[in-house]
Ligand binder design. Structure first.
Ligand SMILES: Cc1cc2nc3c(=O)[nH]c(=O)nc-3n(C[C@H](O)[C@H](O)[C@H](O)COP(=O)(O)OP(=O)(O)OC[C@H]3O[C@@H](n4cnc5c(N)ncnc54)[C@H](O)[C@@H]3O)c2cc1C
Ligand code: FES
Length: 263
């Protein structure tokens, strides 16, 4: 019998440098993934790490990876034609069926755009699926911007606010994403909306609080969490917080659960 957690060798088709430390790897595979799920990527004898699927197509998946340590640094030595080992997909992604016919507000910080990127592709390609999409994306500085051509193209499909924390850039705003929450026309949504938030933990915490200040219903907020993992299948307990296994129950959680998951 085949071992379900056995990683499979997959060929890298393309490597795209989004920024100095964030690169997107397109990998050949027939695996089908729900928006917001993650895969375990590994290099034999080095290790394994969970990475969100940032885009998907016929016969390929993309992963946007930040080089931070042992495994990711070795992945950055790979190029088109080399092999990466994949297992998955794992976890619960975005509850896409709840988003049909709704006004969507998507708020991202830095590479937090990656776990929601394939869903944004879906929204842009299926404009009848949602009532509207409002995207607020913030980055520390110009060097940290990822998916620049897509951000530009999404201006035609979505209502966008793009911002740099402290720097100025033509056509962009300056300030943290939390500052722009009040510019979303919440009243006009008549309660028919959902909000997705992804980014570093402090960004998610303060965005959650700002949303509540603006009268947003906590039941309509969703967050995607990163947490140290090992098995990704609910066996090792590495990702466990109280009774919650982030690998099985997440990485996407309703805010009502997510706000209690900070250590
Ligand atoms: C569900 C999920 C989805 C993820 N999606 C992405 C993604 O799309 N792109 C991406 O670049 N990264 C993503 N990550 C984070 C990624 O898994 C870690 O950066 C990776 O495991 C680091 O491995 P490493 O061996 O290179 O670094 P290590 O040598 O293990 O660690 C280097 C540094 O990173 C810290 N670190 C390690 N893992 C995590 C983590 N999970 N969260 C926060 N800090 C960590 C360590 O404490 C250490 O300081 C995701 C994590 C999860 C759980
Ligand atoms: S990573 Fe092993 S239980 Fe979640």
């Amino acid at each position: 019998m085949m071992n379900p957690v056995q990683p499979k060798p997959c060929t890298i088709l393309q490597v795209h440098r989004e920024s100095e430390h964030e690169w997107t790897f397109r990998v050949e595979t027939d695996v089908k993934v729900a928006h917001g799920q993650f895969m375990q990527l590994s290099i034999p004898k080095i290790g394994e790490c969970p990475i969100s699927v940032s885009a998907q197509g016929d016969g390929w998946l993309e992963f946007t990876i930040r080089s931070v340590g042992k495994v990711t640094n070795v992945i950055f030595e790979k190029t088109a034609g080399d092999v990466l080992f994949l297992r998955g997909p794992y976890g619960k992604g975005w509850p896409v069926e709840k988003f049909q016919g709704r006004h969507m507000v998507v708020i991202t910080g830095g590479t937090g755009l990656a776990p929601v990127r394939s869903l944004l592709h879906y929204f842009a390609g299926n404009p009848e699926y949602t009532k509207s999409v409002h995207l607020i994306s913030g980055f520390k500085n110009e060097e940290g911007i990822v998916f620049a051509p897509e951000l530009e193209a999404w201006k035609d499909s979505f209502r966008t606010i793009y911002a740099l924390d402290n720097d100025a850039k033509e056509g962009w705003r300056t300030g943290m994403v939390t500052v722009f929450v009040k510019e979303i026309p919440w009243e006009s949504f008549d309660g028919n909306y959902e909000v997705l938030v992804v980014g570093p933990p402090p960004m998610m915490k303060f965005t959650g609080l700002e949303l509540l200040k603006n009268g947003v219903d906590p039941e309509k907020i969703w967050m995607s969490f990163e947490r140290k993992m090992s098995c990704a299948v609910g066996k090792c307990g590495h990702c466990r917080i109280d009774e919650t296994y982030v690998c099985l129950d997440g990485p996407v959680f309703p805010y009502t659960v997510a706000r209690n998951l900070t250590d």
